[in-house]
Design a protein around this ligand. Structure first.
Ligand SMILES: [Zn+2]
Length: 287
């Protein structure tokens, strides 16, 4: 399986908003540790999403609103969020973290986005791309669901951009890049559709810290602990470990024979008392 290859991999992650990267940071941290090249890209600065204080103020009648909250510029809010994005990436050892400046609201899928990601693919030359599930049924016939069009559109952008990068372009003479293997993040699917769970138990604390770092989205330590323990914690529970990140392959895997990962063998051989201790392990930060 993929985890057994000795080849160094180049991994590109493409997400809609800065916070979206957190759902895959445990997996990415393991690749950084193994010496793989990891580049992460957010299509937007998320300057309109999750501004909870502003959302609450604008629900009030005009005369009751707090002007200080209304007057924070989009740029200032965006800068806060960009800083959080970079700090979160650094927490997991990711240094190549890029923020593209497309608007998250109103969100408009454009040809320009395909081109921008194609350029990054041609520069980085990834073996694997990690992204959101596209809105339409994927190649395995599953209907993916995501809450915002921008998330689903990221999966579409990656598909289109991969096609552009693979296209021979004699005129420019550039070196084309064959289609990378694409994995969609499991949080975009019903749990049972994840076919691969990456054991991120060693990164659970960092996943909680990453949630806490997104103060622009008003995350509290309580919120952060609960979110990771019911999200990555539940994926871990279902896959027989403490914490996990789920993945769905865009295309079925190709191999010469069936195989078991080291993690599957270790899980099978674990004494049942230790197995219960493992799935029952609770990680908390600051609460
Ligand atoms: Zn998002």
């Amino acid at each position: 399986m993929a985890s057994k290859t000795s080849k160094q991999l180049t991994i590109l992650a493409v997400v809609a908003h800065p916070h979206d990267i957190t759902h895959m940071c445990g997996t990415l941290a393991h690749h950084v540790q193994d010496g793989d090249r990891v580049t992460v890209v957010t299509m937007t600065g998320g300057t309109h999403a999750h501004n909870q204080k502003l959302i609450d103020e604008m629900r009030k009648p005009a005369e009751q609103r707090n002007l200080a909250i209304l007057q924070e510029s989009e740029e200032a809010y965006g800068n806060r969020k960009a800083g959080e994005f970079r700090r979160v990436c650094a927490l997991f050892g990711i240094s190549d973290a890029r923020l593209l400046s497309y608007a998250d609201y109103p969100w408009r899928l454009s040809e320009d986005m395909y081109q921008a990601v194609a350029e990054i693919i041609l520069e980085v030359r990834p073996d694997i791309i990690l992204t959101h599930a596209p809105r339409q049924t994927n190649e395995r016939g599953w209907i993916a669901y995501t809450r915002h069009a921008s998330h689903a559109d990221c999966g579409i952008i990656v598909g289109e951009a991969s096609g552009l990068a693979a296209q021979p372009d004699v005129k420019s003479g550039r070196q084309s890049h064959p289609h990378p293997t694409v994995f969609y993040m499991g949080v975009d699917f019903p749990l049972e559709q994840s076919e691969l769970f990456v054991d991120i138990s060693d990164q659970a604390e960092n996943r909680i810290k990453a949630e806490i770092l997104f103060t622009s989205q008003d995350h509290t330590p309580e919120f952060a602990n609960k979110r990771i323990n019911i999200g990555a914690g539940f994926m871990g529970w279902m896959s027989g470990t403490s914490y996990a990140e789920g993945w769905v392959r865009a295309r079925p895997q190709l191999a010469r024979r069936l195989d078991l990962t080291d993690e599957e063998i270790a899980r099978r051989d674990l004494p049942s008392v230790e197995y219960l201790a493992r799935i029952g392990k609770l990680t908390t930060v600051g609460v």
